[in-house]
Write a protein that binds this ligand. Sequence first.
Ligand code: SAH
Length: 218
Amino acid sequence: MTRGETEAARERAAMVRHQLLARGMVRSPVLTAMGEVPREMFIPRSRRAAAYDDAPLPLAGGQTISQPYVVARMTEELGLRGDERVLEVGTGSGYQTAILARVAAAVYSMERDALLLERAREVLTRLGYDTVHLRHGDGRLGWPEMKPFGGILVAAVGREPPPALLAQLAPGARLVMPLKDPDAEDGEVLMRLERQGEGFRRTPLFPVRFVPLLAGIR
Ligand code: SAH
């Protein structure tokens, strides 16, 4: 390891301790992944000193990479065993994609912004994530050829989960997504939906702040 890598590994271990374990998360494959994926590789060079801060960070085009705790909790709430295909909407930097790739069999990740997607593709390829499949497209439509998914993670906020995504969720599988809170002006809550028979059990988790889920591509 270079000196920079040793330093990053130390910061990562501290992030797991102070931001994840200290907030009640328990040791799991998700925490192992959080302790291993080099977050600094997914953010703009000028921000690298802040890579393990307890905060979201800006990406190109006004998008953001979520706070580590939110990435970890969203992944944990999918309740994966490890043999699932997972759909991610909003690849962004590809950081969340890398975490998912370490705890699922394969990740299908969609991004509407072609520039962000190409940057994410470059980093994920360089780091050797060969179970990740990326697509430039409107993630609200999902990836119908690969349905059903054992988990779906949406990294952008909407009023309701897109119907196409719900239709691509396997029985018993979960979709985790931030939703506008109808009871709070400007409020958003992270929601977990679990497919049960013909319906979905909804469990609100905690307040969050995300960029909007937009129609179309750019
Ligand atoms: N999870 C990412 C952060 C994503 S920010 C990370 O770890 O870096 C949300 C992303 O969702 C943005 O990149 C935005 O361009 C994308 N997005 C918004 N609406 C979308 C849509 N309909 N389909 C696909 N991607 C979308």
